[in-house]
Design a protein around this ligand. Structure first.
Ligand code: HEC
Ligand code: HEC
Length: 281
């Protein structure tokens, strides 16, 4: 299936772009697996990767994409510096083959060659500050806690995440606390993650029920405010977490199991045999 998608993508782009084959495939892979956090020409959740093939060796990029934490923990000076610069934000391990990474590197190379840092079209478009209204913040909060359902019926964020906010009950401990996430990632970063979640558990949850543009805007508005007012919020009781963590984890687990089993037969094969047996008696 994955190969089919790759081949289809390849056929679609081939007539349009005059890049070497590997680079075209690499561009596809990059858009699918990396672009929630990286863009060429500007910093997003992760660094701008323009010219990365000039500052790092191929081996380094391979190792880092396979397991960034291993490279950081090995004490590699460049990796440690990056990790510090990005506040210890963890780049999730990517389950790509070495061949896939080679193709992404080929894409990086053509990009650097054809568009040196600072002269790209992307860099030229200045970031437009996003305006949030009170209505956006309220809609976002209602969506976050599940008071309003998502148009495509995805799970409420609170089943996995907590935000420390007096307006909001304690959330799940399955995934990171999002109270200060806006401060760390900014609008483009958070919106990027919500548009194409790069984390397996979250990606599975929203794969068939993506968030809409408006929902993403509202959620980011809520998280921006949650970050701004976080200092004035009362910490929640130390008692509650266990109950809610358990509940949130259970809901998340059930949702994942539901997704996983959706395509299965409702009745087992044995049931048919059993019925036939009964009739033949
Ligand atoms: C969830 C966000 C996220 C995703 C998804 C992600 N990265 Fe990263 N990446 C980061 C962060 C953050 C850093 C900075 C280093 C750190 O904090 O670990 C980084 C650093 C890098 C670097 C080092 C950059 C430099 O200047 O040396 C490379 C190369 C890289 N990423 C490639 C990729 C590739 C290729 C993919 C897709 C297969 C990918 N990343 C997916 C967040 C991400
Ligand atoms: C099924 C559980 C689940 C649901 C539901 C979920 N997420 Fe996540 N989310 C995760 C996981 C797992 C991560 C990876 C980081 C971690 O392990 O905590 C993550 C990461 C994130 C991050 C990056 C955090 C960081 O600091 O790196 C943001 C932002 C985020 N989620 C926002 C949301 C929002 C907004 C919603 C609701 C639309 C949502 N998530 C729903 C599981 C979930």
């Amino acid at each position: 299936m994955r190969h089919l998608t790759k081949i289809l993508g390849f056929l679609l782009i081939t007539p349009l772009v005059h890049l070497p084959a590997a680079a075209q495939n690499g561009e596809q892979l990059f858009k699918q697996t990396c672009s929630a956090c990286h863009q060429m020409g500007r910093r997003l959740v992760g660094p701008d990767l323009t010219g990365v093939t000039e500052r790092r060796t191929k081996e380094w990029i391979h190792a880092f994409v396979k397991s960034s934490q291993t490279v950081i923990k090995s004490g590699d000076a460049d990796a440690v510096a990056l990790s510090t610069e990005f506040n210890g934000m963890i780049m999730p391990d990517q389950s790509l083959s070495a061949g896939d990474v080679d193709q992404i590197i080929a894409y990086f190379q053509t990009f650097s060659a054809t568009a040196p840092a600072g002269t790209t079209e992307v860099a030229a478009t200045a970031e437009v500050p996003v305006e949030y209204t009170d209505a956006d913040r309220e809609t976002g909060q209602a969506l976050f806690v599940g008071r309003t359902r998502f148009a495509n019926r995805g799970a409420a964020c609170i089943s996995c995440h907590n935000v420390t906010n007096d307006q909001v009950m304690l959330g799940g401990g399955f995934a990171k606390d999002l109270t200060g996430v806006f401060g760390r990632m900014g609008n483009a970063g958070v919106a990027g993650i919500l548009g194409a979640p790069p984390f397996p558990a979250m990606a599975t949850t929203y794969a068939n029920s993506p968030l809409t543009e408006v929902e993403i805007h509202s959620l980011v508005a809520f998280l921006e405010n949650a970050d701004k007012v976080s200092a004035q919020q009362a910490p929640k009781s130390a008692y509650m977490p266990f109950m809610v963590y358990g509940g949130g984890g259970l809901i998340a687990l059930l949702a994942l199991i539901g997704l996983h089993w959706r395509g299965r037969m409702k009745k087992g094969v044995k049931h048919d045999i059993y019925d036939r047996q009964l009739r033949s008696i």
